[in-house]
Design a protein around this ligand. Structure first.
Ligand code: HEM
Length: 461
């Protein structure tokens, strides 16, 4: 059955198509192969065969919740030792998924988001303090490093009342180092053949054990502080500890709370940091787009020192800049879907119940059938309402799909739009002329080595 799906021409016993694979950039390697082979293809490495999908039509089928569901595989499954049955890594059949989903969903309602807004502003002010100082000293800013500080502080404070003091540190918080270690390790497990992994990765495995232990300890301390200290103000942690399921009356167990806190600290900042970093890269590369976005911020926010909650969603063009950044580099770049029953995908690929395929979002988001020619061009107008309506459904999926789609989507969009607005209003972004975009992979995507020079706008609001 698989014979009908194209694969690379040269296959070597054991290593399969992994020849030529850059172990540090497996995703971008698959993008190159996929461009050549078309909207459904397969690659084999070390005995595992993966079916990749990126055509808009096929993705639409995979998004059909009556036929397919989330598959916990590859990188997501490799994170199970870290995140267990937390929301992101839970198997569909695990009862803790529905329980935690129902308990935590109100933490992402409009009312809850409004409650986070002031804290988000507070964290953003730490960032602009730092950038003001860097600018005054004539230094370039480390964009991914500082965006990671910003987004980690934001989720830690809004979700858990915790302050990592990221902006007071010269080096990343050890939580970030341990997390990046755990994510990179999970990615490497995909590309190292299982039989030799224990041998090849002995040192890495030991490091990973230490990283996971550090993550657990950090989270346990956050929970302890809450249990024995002052109550929160109804944040995510309060919900996890106190809220009973509205129908069954069940509570999350302490072990599950630990898994959820780790999940939210990781899922809640790494991808948003990448999204902000890519957006800033594109804005710096396209001064005319930055000028248009800045004009919108000036118009909508006027000279209010701090924008109100409602003024953020009104930055329509800034939001399109973010969408267009997530189109080109969706920072959680793939999701897996499994067949609920035996079925045939696209009329060509028979799948048994449980068989799965991986959707490659960077190619889906460049499918010329949906996006026209010239899909490499950065153009926020692709997200004008009329253009969106004219496109088929399921052609833009940066937050995944269906019941297991991102619970933090509104949180991320509000935070990122707010921060882009604040930065555009305050600075002009000057790229390093020598910089060429390099995309680093650690399950998520990040523009590696991106720095920008800043010029304060005058008069600065
Ligand atoms: C799930 C992307 C921000 C929490 C997902 C999925 C994607 C995604 C693609 C589905 C993965 C799959 O199908 O396997 C993103 C992107 C973000 C972002 C691109 C930022 C630009 C956030 C934030 C939070 C969050 C800010 C929390 C505050 C989660 C959780 C899940 C999830 C808990 C699992 C949901 C479930 O299965 O029930 N995200 N995310 N994400 N995301 Fe996000």
């Amino acid at each position: 059955e698989l014979r009908r799906i194209p694969h690379p021409p040269y296959r070597v016993p054991l290593v399969g198509d992994a020849v030529g694979t850059n172990l540090r950039t497996p995703l971008q390697d698959s993008l190159r192969v996929g461009r050549r082979l078309g909207p459904i293809f397969r690659r084999k490495g070390f005995g595992k065969e993966i079916v990749f999908v990126w055509g808009a039509g096929l993705t639409g089928e995979l998004a059909d919740e009556s036929r397919f569901a989330k598959h916990v595989g590859l990188g997501v499954a490799n994170l199970r030792p870290v995140a267990g049955d937390g929301l992101f890594t839970a198997y569909n059949h695990e009862p803790n998924w529905q329980l935690a989903h129902d308990v935590l969903a109100p933490g992402f309602s409009r009312e809850a988001m409004e409650g986070y807004h002031a804290m988000m502003l507070g964290v953003a002010a730490r960032l602009t303090d730092r950038w003001d100082a860097e600018q005054a000293a004539g230094r370039a800013v480390d964009v991914p490093g500082d965006m990671t500080k910003l987004t980690l502080e934001t989720i830690a404070r809004t979700g858990f009342g915790h302050d990592f003091a990221s902006f007071e540190r010269a080096r990343p918080h050890p939580f970030v180092t341990a997390m990046v270690g755990a994510l990179s390790y999970a990615q490497r497990l995909n590309v190292v053949p299982a039989p030799v992994a224990p041998m090849l990765m002995r040192t890495a495995t030991r490091r990973n054990r230490a990283d996971v232990a550090y993550l657990n300890r950090t989270v346990d301390a956050v929970v302890e502080t809450r249990l024995h200290g002052p109550a929160g103000d109804g944040d995510l942690l309060d919900r996890m500890l106190e809220t009973a399921h509205p129908e069954t009356g069940e509570h999350l167990t302490p072990e599950n709370v630990r898994r959820q806190v780790i999940t939210f600290l990781i899922a809640g900042h790494e991808t948003t940091s990448g999204a902000l970093s890519f957006a800033l890269h594109h804005l710096a590369q396209h001064p005319e787009i930055a000028a248009r976005a800045r004009a919108e911020v000036d118009r909508v926010w006027g000279d209010t020192p701090e924008p109100a909650y409602d003024q953020v969603a009104r930055l329509r063009y800034v939001r399109r800049v973010l969408d267009e950044s997530l189109r080109l580099w969706p920072t959680a770049p793939a999701f897996a879907r499994e067949a609920r029953e035996d079925t045939v995908l696209g009329g060509v690929h028979p799948m048994r119940r449980g068989a799965w395929a991986l959707v490659l979002m960077p190619l889906l988001h460049r499918d010329p059938d949906a996006w026209g020619p010239d899909t490499e061009r950065f153009d926020p107008d692709r997200f004008e309402p009329a253009a969106v309506r004219a496109r088929p459904a399921h052609t833009f999926k940066p937050f995944g799909t269906g019941a297991r789609a991102c619970i933090g989507r509104q949180f991320a969009l509000h935070e990122a739009t707010l921060v882009l607005g604040l930065l555009l209003r305050r600075y002009e972004l000057l790229p390093d002329p020598a910089y060429r975009l390099r995309v680093a992979e650690r399950l998520t995507l990040m523009p590696e080595g991106l720095t920008l020079n800043l010029r304060r706008r005058s008069p600065a609001p």
